[in-house]
Every structure is written in structure tokens, then in C-alpha cells.
Design a protein around this ligand. Structure first.
Ligand SMILES: OC[C@@H]1[C@@H](O)[C@H](O)[C@@H](O)c2nc(CNc3ccccc3)cn21
Length: 606
């Protein structure tokens, strides 16, 4: 009869143990190696027994590639892995952090800061399930999502990846995992990885732990906190992730009280694996081991020793796989790292691969290609956009509300102004097509906010778009416009490039607000990854909407501006008055926000 590990009727642990005992040290180290797709040739995959490949920086498989091209690329990598002696399938991972953002024509959902404003775990679950289908459409079974950061300082470049500053709200939205992986049956699986079907993917709760608590929001920096504060603020979402059977957990670049998380055995092994009984695998971040030392990669053998002994199971190397293999081989052979640690890592990795069904289904289900960017998913994203919007002001004191806007301008025209009214890339933000995101309208399929406005007004209503209207022109034509919609905000960024200490609205946003709102009744729609400085302008603004980073379905914004749906969103984050107050979070002793956590005006559908 065939080897037990190949028999799906065998119990999971029997398969894991049977396979593990057959493996050489080189094959075990291979399973612990994740490399970037750019260096994942068939020879490298098979000669180094690579266990996982990720899509990193490069343009893969080509610009504007259709799902079939992704399927073909992943298939080639898988075929190489299955050609090895033991035929252990490879696990391809990608950052589908707000939909399958890297893939041309995928549905791009609002980033997590906006989803947090819906406060709806069921919506999060539906989104997770839709994203899983779009990821599977490209033949990929593993995503580096959700980010469960509790962002405590909006100066952090990754704050938009965090559902909220409040751990309870992040815990609620962590239900997205049950969408990604499928709903875990009650009573089973204590802490073990769970994936329901081939329409689901292995998720990754990240970045463990305290990534959102660094000093001044400096990315990859130091989170100073007592163990009690760490457990009270940053740890709770991981309880929810583990209960849902999250398959993997990614370690944070950041440090806790000066100790690098990637070298923290107490938190990764003693607490996460032994106390919380997490039984999936722990993965490093990109060059995470290298960054244990400064400068990075200064002492790779030391980095590997500290990271692997801390409890990291899979290493996102992502290029120096030869050095990694050689150094780790030496560390095991000279007894620095016990084989029991290696076996624990490989057991966890194999447990996820067997649970994913990779041995039975190593290749894509090509019947799913139509799931990518499916209208049903776009409709779901549009609903999420509507419910993520937060109405912060609606009419000046003593004046009647400006929103919902009339769809017919009474003989006049409507002015739409601002850099973000007609910029699909900026409304999607980072992690879209490119790591850092892109500006402009030809990056993928979607509708801009301006598209939405034009389709919402009654035919014959004159919509005038001026990206950066001249003050004089406004003055001359002020009587012509019934009202103006000013759409300004941040341009796309990701990680450290988003770190920002002043949080002002990027130019020429403030000037556009002053020019337009000083003369015409205006609603300002802010497209940003976080609260920005608005207090200096709030007086001349008639209505103010926080739209966050809504993604490809821009009609979700016009749906609510024009009253097809009411505003229901509530702030997932405190809106500060001035950056001098930061960090300032709900529950703090000194709490003097412009708009408090949970704030949001409501309107009725018209
Ligand atoms: O993209 C893989 C990981 C991602 O899952 C982590 O959340 C994030 O911290 C992270 N940073 C990098 C480093 N920068 C980078 C991102 C994309 C392509 C190439 C390099 C890679 N990754």
C-alpha cells in the first residue's frame, strides 16, 4: 500500500508523523523556507525542497495579468515541488489585505480602518469569503491577512491596515478569518488550524504582537508597555483568531520593551504556543530574522538561532535561501538548535498543508476564474463602502443639513473639485497592484467617486469637474453652482513610507477647501488612511465625510451622498484636534478629541 501520509483517510497526526519520520534535515529546512516568487525557479524549488513561495515586490506574472496567468505561474511552482522525492506540495502566499489587491481587475474592498467603522462582524465574514474566492480564482491557497494590529497612533504608516484603536472592535472584526477559512464547527479544533473547503484559504493573523503600539507610530519600532497593557490592548484579537482556527500567525518587526518580537521566545513559544495552545505555524516577516540585528543581516547565523529558538516555524527569507539552509543546517548539526525544535516547526507546517487539502488538491480549481472581480463581490464592496463612511458634520450651526444632496441642481450646476475625485488609485491606497499602491485611473477596474456622482445625478444635471479650481474662477462663477463636492486626501503609501508626524491634508487639499468652501456650499470628502488635521477648516466646511480608503467601488460614496442610503458609520478611531495630543485613544484620562471614537452623524435614505 502507498505511504500513510499520502492516504487522506489516515488521521491527520498519523499523516504528519509518517511524513516527518521520512524527511532528511535538508527536506525539513526546505519546508521552513519561504522564498520570493522572483527567485522561485523549478530548480531552486526542487533542489532546496522549498515549502512556500510568496509574491513580493516584482510585477508578477506580468502587468494586467488575467487570473489564468496567475494559475499558470503557481502551477509551475507546484509542479516543481511535487517532483521532489516526497512530493510535499508548496504553499503560495500573497497579501490579499483588502481584497486580492495585487491582481488586475480584482475587487478592492475598503481598507480595515473603514471596515471598522461598520462595526459589523457578519459583513467582515462575507467579505472574507468573497476574498477567498477571488484568491482561489488565481490558484493561491494562502494569504497574509488579516492584520489584527490595534493602531494606537495614527502617525503610523500602517494605521489603515488596523480595524481600530479599540481592541474589542478589532476582536469583533477578526471574524473576517471565518470568512477567509470558513466557519469552524463549534466544540472542535481547539487552537488547531481549520480550513473548510477548496473555496477557502489559509489566513495569517498579523503582526504578533504590539505592531500598532510603537513609539510615535514609528514603523517597526519599539512598543513600550507592561505585560498587563500588552495583554489588555494588543493581545485580545489573537484569542479570537486562535478560537476561529487561524492557520498561521506572522511575527511583528517591532520590539516589546526593547526585545525584538522575532527573537522573543517568551511571547512566541511560552505564551502563544504553550499558553494559548496555537497549533498552526508561526511565520516571520520579510527579512524579519535579518532585522533582529542592526545593521540588518549583520550576523545571519545569530539571527537564525534567535528566531528559530524563539519559535518561528517558517522564514520569509525571501532571497538568501542558500545561506539560510547552510546556516540552519550547521546550527542543528552543532547542537545549537535541537532537532525537536525543527520537528515542531515542520509538524506545524505539515499540519496546515494537510488541513488545507494541498496533498489532495495541489493545483487550482480553474472553474473559479470567474470569481475574480465578480459583480456580486463588487456589490458587497459597494455596501461596505457605504457603511464605512462617517458623517462628521452636516450643516453649519443654525443652518439646515446639507446632506443628502439633491440629485437635481435647480437650474444651476454642481462643482466637483479636488485631486481625489477622479483617482482610482488614491481611493484604493497601498497594497493595490503595487506594494505602495498607485495614483491614476488605469491600474485596475473600478469606478471613481466622480463616476459615482455623475451616475447618481438626474440626467441633464450639469456636473463640472475641476481638479484644482482657480480661486478667481470660483469667485466669478459662484452663483452658477448649487453646491460643491470637494474630494481631497492622502496619496497611496505602505509601511514606513506612510509614517507621518504632522498629519496635515496634503497640498493642494487645504487650498482647494478654502477656495471652494469659502464661496460655495460644500461637502468635503476626505480620502485618507487615518484622521488628518481638519480643525483649521472645519468652520468654513458645511459638511464633512470621512471616506477612508474605499477601494474600487466609488459608487458607494455617491449612494450615500445623494441619499439612496443613509449614513450609518461610526468612527473606529479617535479624531484628534492636533497632533500634539497624540497618542490619544478612547478611554484615556486626558481625552479631548475633535470627534470622539464612535462618533458619526446619521441621515435617513431620501
Ligand atoms: O508582503 C509580505 C509581507 C507582508 O505580509 C507584511 O505585512 C509586511 O510587513 C511586509 N513587508 C514586506 C517588506 N516589503 C515588501 C513588501 C512587498 C514586496 C516587497 C517588499 C513584506 N511584507
Amino acid at each position: 500500500p502507498g505511504a500513510k501520509y499520502k492516504d487522506p483517510k489516515q488521521p491527520l497526526n498519523t499523516r504528519v508523523d509518517d511524513l516527518l519520520r521520512r524527511m532528511t534535515l535538508a527536506e525539513k529546512i526546505g519546508q521552513m523556507s519561504q522564498i520570493d516568487q522572483e527567485n522561485a525557479t523549478a530548480d531552486v524549488i526542487s533542489n532546496y525542497f522549498i515549502g512556500s513561495v510568496l509574491r513580493g515586490g516584482g510585477n508578477v506574472p506580468a502587468a494586467d495579468a488575467p487570473p489564468e496567468a496567475w494559475v499558470k505561474m503557481v502551477e509551475g511552482i507546484q509542479r516543481a515541488a511535487l517532483s521532489t522525492r516526497l512530493g510535499i506540495p508548496v504553499m503560495f502566499g500573497i497579501d490579499a489585505v483588502h481584497g486580492h489587491g495585487y491582481v488586475y481587475k480584482a475587487t478592492v474592498f475598503p481598507h480595515n480602518v473603514g471596515l471598522g467603522c461598520t462595526r459589523d462582524p457578519e459583513l467582515a465574514k462575507k467579505i472574507g469569503a468573497a476574498v477567498a474566492l477571488e484568491v482561489r480564482a488565481t490558484g493561491i491557497p494562502f494569504i497574509f491577512a488579516p492584520c489584527l494590529a490595534v493602531c494606537r497612533d495614527p502617525r503610523w504608516g500602517r494605521c489603515y491596515e488596523s480595524f481600530s484603536e479599540d481592541p474589542k472592535l478589532v476582536q469583533q472584526m477578526a471574524s473576517i478569518i471565518s470568512g477567509f477559512q470558513g466557519e469552524i464547527p463549534t466544540g472542535g479544533w481547539r487552537g488547531a488550524p481549520f480550513i473548510a473547503s477548496q473555496h477557502n484559504v489559509a489566513a495569517c493573523a498579523k503582526h504578533y504582537v504590539g505592531d500598532g503600539g510603537t513609539a510615535s507610530g514609528i514603523n517597526e519600532n519599539n512598543t513600550v508597555a507592561t505585560f498587563h497593557e500588552l495583554l489588555g490592548i494588543h493581545m485580545p484579537p489573537y484569542y479570537n483568531a486562535i478560537i476561529q482556527g487561524v492557520s498561521t500567525i506572522m511575527v511583528s518587526y517591532s520590539s516589546w520593551n526593547g526585545i525584538k518580537m522575532h527573537a522573543n521566545r517568551f511571547l512566541v513559544t511560552d505564551f502563544l504556543k504553550n499558553k494559548l495552545r496555537f497549533r498552526g505555524f508561526v511565520i516571520s516577516d520579510w527579512l524579519g530574522l535579518d532585522r533582529i540585528t542592526s545593521p540588518e543581516h549583520a550576523d545571519y547565523p545569530l539571527s537564525i538561532k534567535l528566531g528559530i529558538l524563539a519559535g518561528i516555524d517558517m522564514v520569509m527569507i525571501p532571497y538568501q535561501y542558500v545561506e539560510f539552509r547552510d546556516d540552519l543546517m550547521t546550527l542543528v548539526q552543532n547542537g545549537t538548535i535541537p532537532m525537536s525544535r525543527i520537528d515542531d516547526a515542520v509538524r506545524r507546517i505539515l499540519r496546515v498543508k494537510f488541513t488545507l487539502g494541498l496533498f489532495e488538491n495541489p493545483y487550482a480549481d480553474t472553474s473559479l476564474v470567474g470569481e475574480l472581480g465578480k459583480q456580486e463581490h463588487r456589490d458587497l464592496a459597494r455596501e461596505a463602502v457605504r457603511r464605512s463612511l462617517v458623517l462628521l458634520k452636516n450643516g453649519k450651526p443654525g443652518e439646515k443639513p446639507l446632506l443628502p444632496l439633491p440629485k437635481k441642481a435647480h437650474g444651476g450646476s454642481i462643482l466637483v473639485a479636488g485631486s481625489h475625485a477622479d483617482d482610482l488609485g488614491s481611493q484604493c491606497g497601498g497594497w493595490t497592484i503595487k506594494w505602495q499602491g498607485m495614483t491614476g485611473n488605469n491600474l485596475t477596474a473600478g469606478t471613481t467617486i466622480l463616476d459615482g456622482i455623475k451616475s447618481a445625478v438626474v440626467p441633464g444635471t450639469d456636473v463640472v469637474f475641476s481638479e484644482n479650481p482657480d480661486a478667481g474662477l470660483i469667485q466669478q462663477n459662484r452663483g452658477r453652482f448649487d453646491y460643491a463636492i470637494v474630494v481631497v486626501g492622502e496619496h497611496p503609501y505602505a509601511e514606513t513610507s506612510g509614517d507621518n508626524l504632522n498629519l496635515t491634508i496634503p497640498a493642494p487639499g487645504p487650498a482647494i477647501i478654502q477656495n471652494v468652501c469659502g464661496s460655495i456650499k460644500c461637502v468635503v470628502v476626505l480620502v485618507s488612511g487615518r484622521p488628518l488635521v481638519v480643525e483649521p477648516y472645519i468652520g468654513i466646511i458645511d459638511a464633512l465625510v470621512a471616506a477612508w480608503l474605499p477601494g474600487t467601488e466609488g459608487k458607494g460614496i455617491s449612494d450615500v451622498l445623494f441619499g439612496d442610503y443613509g449614513f450609518t458609520g461610526k468612527l473606529s478611531r479617535t479624531w484628534f484636534r492636533s497632533v500634539d495630543q497624540l497618542p490619544m485613544n478612547v478611554g484615556d484620562a486626558h481625552y479631548d478629541p475633535l470627534f470622539p471614537f464612535g462618533f458619526g452623524l446619521e441621515t435617513k435614505p431620501s
